[in-house]
Structures are given as structure tokens and as C-alpha cells.
Design a protein around this ligand. Structure first.
Ligand SMILES: Nc1nc2c(ncn2[C@@H]2O[C@H](COP(=O)(O)OP(=O)(O)OP(=O)(O)O)[C@@H](O)[C@H]2O)c(=O)[nH]1
Ligand SMILES: [Mg+2]
Ligand SMILES: [Zn+2]
Length: 277
């Protein structure tokens, strides 16, 4: 039988198959191999013996949190306290892009801005939409719900951005605590926390305070590709780094205003970080 691991507590693995949750242990062979199952893993298990036999191929895997097979990341982005930080947004987008996770930008706190400020932010986010990213405002609950169906999702973003508030709107029975800076963000705290996948409106939600290590893995080439709008403007030199080259379509488009300056600046910063490694 096949199922998805929804919870791990020391050596006990809870596997979900349709609506059943079966507590399982691991076959001894896993100890010899170096692969350990993670929350989110699809596995083959023996229902009678309650033993996990095999981990099915992963779409992606993260170390912190220790999870696999994330389909969608809602990048919860506040436009007012905490202020919008384009580099942070871009970093999360790149991280998801590099790991085959579909990012959805979820904008919060528009109601706290005046009309002029609202229009500025709308323009900023419409750039991302024009790149092909999904942008949803947090009052568009129906749109958010549609994305959850059948997917393993995670909500990420700065503390205070409005993740718990949004989840409470989606699932009013949850009563998640809001408004306080979560103490679990303190270092060393959530490494020991049980990671669990909760059922939410036909999808699954990873309950974790966040992707704490935002270190980008990947090569310079992969980084270039992760800025998805760059693909629209091929440079004369195939291996152009978009930095010092004289003829570079990317720099040209930044000048023309077709590529957002902050996106290009994020690219330069991340490139530096990737190269340092
Ligand atoms: N006006 C307004 N306030 C919001 C909105 N979304 C969230 N808030 C408020 O912002 C504060 C922080 O929201 P939380 O939902 O606790 O933020 P969080 O992202 O869960 O934060 P952590 O758990 O610390 O990571 C709360 O006081 C919310 O009521 C919004 O769209 N508009
Ligand atoms: Mg919260
Ligand atoms: Zn270039």
C-alpha cells in the first residue's frame, strides 16, 4: 500500500492513506541506508505489519524543516509592519524555484495603506504577476482555497506578516494564536518540534514556523534561471553573467524599466552569495 507520512515522533511514523492514519515503524534496512523518511514522503508500507518498506522518489526535500514533497509555498508578504522587503520576497521565490515548489505570493495588510500607497504596491506586485507568478491578496479566500486542493502546502514569511491570521480565516476552527511574535522562532526551538502535516480543505498544510535557513544552494546558472523573467531576454553571450558584460539584455531591460531594479539588485546579491560558497 502507498501513503504519505504526515507525522514523525521519534521512531513512530504516521502514514496517511485516504482518510486512514496508520502508525508505522521502519524496516531495519533503513538504518543501514542513509536515507531517512521525512514528513511529506510518499512511502510503500505493509498495512498489517505496520511497517514502512520503501520511500518513493521525491520531488524535493528540505533540511530545515525536515520535510519532502512540498507542492506549494504561500509566501505571505506584508506591505505594512513588517514592511515589504523585496530581497526577502525574491529569496523565497528563488528558493522555491530551485526546489520545484510552486510559489504563491500572498499579500497582506493592504487595508493599512492609503489609496496612493495601495496603488504603488499593486503596481509592484503586478510586475511579479507579469513574470508569471501567482499573486493573491489575503482577502481573496476563495482563490487561496482553490490552490490548496490536493496539494502539500507550506505558509512562509516574516514574523507578523499574517500567516496565522490567514490560516484562521481559512479554517476558523483552528484558533491559532496571532499577534504575538512567536517564540518558536528562537533558535534551536523548532528543530525539536514535531513536524506535522495537517489536513486543510482537501490539501495538506505543513505546520512549521518557517524555512529558517535561507541559504541558497545551486549554481550560478541555476540562479540565473530562477529569475524567471530573465528568460524572456536572451543575451548575445550564452554564458552572460549579467554583471560586467558590455552587451547584456538584462541590464538593458533594467535601464528601460522592463525589469524591476530591485529584482536585478536581488540577483546581484544572491549571485555573490552563491559564488562565496
Ligand atoms: N490590518 C491588518 N492586520 C493584519 C492582517 N493580517 C494580519 N494582521 C495582524 O498582524 C498581526 C500579526 O499577524 P499573525 O497572523 O500573528 O502573523 P504571523 O505571520 O503568524 O507571525 P508569526 O507567527 O510570528 O510568524 C496580528 O495582530 C494580525 O491581526 C491584515 O491583512 N490586515
Ligand atoms: Mg503565526
Ligand atoms: Zn546578460
Amino acid at each position: 500500500m502507498q501513503g504519505q507520512i504526515v507525522k514523525i515522533e521519534s521512531s513512530l511514523y504516521t502514514v496517511e492513506n485516504h482518510n486512514d492514519r496508520i502508525p508505522c515503524v521502519l524496516r531495519g534496512k533503513f538504518r543501514k541506508q542513509h536515507i531517512l523518511p521525512r514528513v511529506g514522503d510518499y512511502v510503500v508500507f505493509d498495512e498489517k505489519q505496520q511497517v514502512i518498506e520503501e520511500i518513493l522518489p521525491r520531488k524535493n526535500a528540505f533540511l530545515r524543516p525536515f520535510v519532502a514533497n512540498i507542492d506549494i509555498a504561500f509566501i505571505v508578504t506584508s506591505v505594512h509592519i513588517p514592511n515589504l522587503v523585496p530581497t526577502l520576497l525574491d529569496k523565497l521565490l528563488v528558493l522555491m524555484e530551485l526546489n520545484q515548489v510552486k510559489p504563491i505570493i500572498c499579500v497582506t495588510k493592504m487595508d493599512l495603506l492609503n489609496e496612493k500607497e495601495q496603488n504603488e504596491k499593486k503596481k509592484f506586485f503586478s510586475y511579479y504577476a507579469s513574470c508569471g507568478y501567482e499573486v493573491i491578496y489575503n482577502y481573496e479566500l476563495k482563490k487561496i482555497k482553490q490552490q490548496l486542493e490536493g496539494n502539500t502546502c507550506v505558509f512562509v514569511g516574516q514574523t507578523g506578516a499574517g500567516k496565522s491570521t490567514l490560516l484562521n480565516h481559512l479554517e476558523p476552527n483552528w484558533h491559532l494564536k496571532t499577534g504575538e511574535v512567536s517564540k518558536s522562532l528562537g533558535r534551536g526551538r523548532h528543530t525539536t518540534r514535531t513536524v506535522e502535516l495537517l489536513s486543510l480543505l482537501g490539501g495538506k498544510l505543513l505546520d512549521t514556523p518557517g524555512f529558517s535557513s535561507l541559504e541558497l544552494t545551486g549554481s550560478e546558472e541555476e540562479l540565473k534561471n530562477a529569475f524567471i523573467e530573465f528568460r524572456k531576454y536572451p543575451c548575445p553571450f550564452k554564458d552572460c553573467t549579467h554583471t560586467k558584460e558590455k552587451e547584456c539584455s538584462i541590464k538593458e531591460q533594467v535601464e528601460k524599466g522592463n525589469i524591476l531594479k530591485s529584482r536585478y539588485e536581488s540577483y546581484l546579491q544572491f549571485r555573490f552569495e552563491v559564488m562565496k560558497k
